[in-house]
Design a protein around this ligand. Sequence first.
Ligand code: NAI
Length: 687
Amino acid sequence: MTVTITHEGAIAVVTIDNPPVNALSQGLRQALMEAVSAIDADATTSAAVLICAGRTFIAGADVSEFGKLPAPPHLPDIVAAIEGSRKPWVAAIHGSALGSGLEVALGCAYRVAVASANLGLPEVKLGIIPGAGGTVRLPRLIGAAAAVDLVTSGDPVDARKALALGLVDAVVEGELLLAAIAFAREIADKPRPQRISERTVPPVENGFWERAGKAVMAKAKREIAPLRALACIREASEADFATATAFEREMFLELRGSTQAAALRHVFFAERAAYRPSDIAGVMPRNIRSAAVVGGGTMGAGIAAALRDAGLPVVLIERDQAAVERGLANIRQIFEGSVKRGRMSPAVATERMAGVVGTNDYDQLADTDLVIEVVFEDLAVKRAVFGRLAEVCRADTVLATNTSYLDPEEIGEGLTQPERFLGLHFFSPAHVMKLLEIVPTRKTATEILATGFALARLLGKIPVRTGICDGFIGNRILKVTRMQAERLLLSGGMPEAVDAAMRAFGLPMGPFEAQDLGGLDIAAFQRKAAHARGETPFAPVADRLCAMGRLGQKTGGGWYDYQPGERTAKPSDIVTAIIAEEASGWSQKIWGEAAIADAIVLPMVNEAALILDEGIATRAADIDLVKIHGYGFPRWRGGPMHYAQTRGLAEIVAVLDRLSISGLAEPPCDALRRAAEDGSFQSRERR
Ligand code: NAI
């Protein structure tokens, strides 16, 4: 880490070099403080340019200090020192000026940026708020409304938007350093603008805070940081700088120690680690420059769209010409949907479609790097596809199956070069959902496993390695969720009460609403397969609904009734009657929201403990990622494993023991009991 000062005539250039992202570490803070004193003391300097070496401006705080008490000098003091400097400072921004990086820039008298830069205060995404005057200076610079948008969403803006907001003073062309020096020369002789901390926030319209409060609350749901951020901006708008700064500090410290911030930090680190499992350390992945998808149904179309979004040319193989047309139409519909929602320009959508070749001719795959099979969930059909692929593809083409429940070992049986085969389990809709379960077989080469992880990065997905079992990690836990939901029904919880409780817990949808949306037939199909294996899946109510053809929204009724053409769920008398019949012999109890959530979430944790113990998952945090990115588990709870750990594993065991005595859950497994004794889940990697 270095901070160097050079001189271009009367302009001092302060260059930060702290690879990889110029994070504001303690050493950097100290050196910046010293740079301010040095420049103040230098009579030959009239202005300073603050610029960063490498790929970005200060992209944020030092992650190793996350959640800890940082050592002095503290950031608010540095920002104040830069702002209070006798010379005007110009922040020269490229890459990202995020979080404390932007707070430092707000201490400068001016900000200039290259067009590709982005600026933002993403702290709420980690359950905290800016802690070095960000919420106080920002509204003084760009007004309360724009500050509310930026700080409560945590989303960055690009340089042009920042210019329009008044967040930067100029967007510069050409070389940033030269442009910033020229800018500094120009402003050096001019009267200095009022320091941001000395400004006031322009008044807001009547009712602004109430409206903003409602909007932020609706979006944040049960996350506290966005609401605290709003409170800070309001305080900044209504109180003087010192009072508002003290208020921000108090909120910052409170949030930094909060359970939500700890959970969000856990997920942040789990996501970073997801790409680097120890078993592929140092292994070079294959280069994937082209891809093909076999099967253009719901999943195939989504996967093709995801591959195109990542810039890969895609061949779509279907059974016959009519199916090719349907498959292409499915993909087109995805891009048109993005255009309708304003997420993509029509020109980009056209370009994405132009990169898809639809055909039923397997010979088109002769030079494809990666082929993903996404045909019907039928072993014989899938095997036949891989038989063809083995004939036409290069011997080093990576071959993958998107199966949900079949055994990839069986699908890949008899394949030539079986080491290039693996499962890549996407989630629906595949162009949106972030999770990618990566399922190596016993024969999958490490290099191919590494290629799966590299592909996830390319597609912007979160990879999680899973061993082979029924449903892999995610759907295996989902099965428990569903079983628990039925147990609740039979013991006195109604579908609407269960769904409401799970929404209150933080899920976007309860288990019954979710099944009505996706269709009850999917799980029924799994139960049929389980019966065939000699298992006895438990879903007495769902079985009866399926037998009646109540498969969810698509049939006008499932767990709820639906008016034709409507999606509003109405409690169903038919379902109530079936529940009552099936519940005979079950003792009834009154279920509160927290008890419902426990009866669903804690058995999920129990199953997860087994999954970890069996080595199906390698890290506890991986299970958290699966549930967050594949199933809507609230991120701010950190995933089921982190949640359980935070609640205390001994308590989880005690609640499960109580539930199991009444037949309302399986008893806690030995692995969970052991983890409770140890105080934490042991990941396989660390054993
Ligand atoms: P789908 O029925 O919508 O699509 C299957 C497509 O495969 C159809 O378009 C069909 O014409 C085509 N197809 C069938 N045999 C073929 C062959 N021999 N050659 C070329 N194309 C052929 O099914 P969906 O939902 O897309 O599922 C496909 C696979 O993805 C299944 O293995 C399923 O388990 C898995 N999956 C499904 C998820 C979902 O939510 N629907 C989630 C994750 C995985």
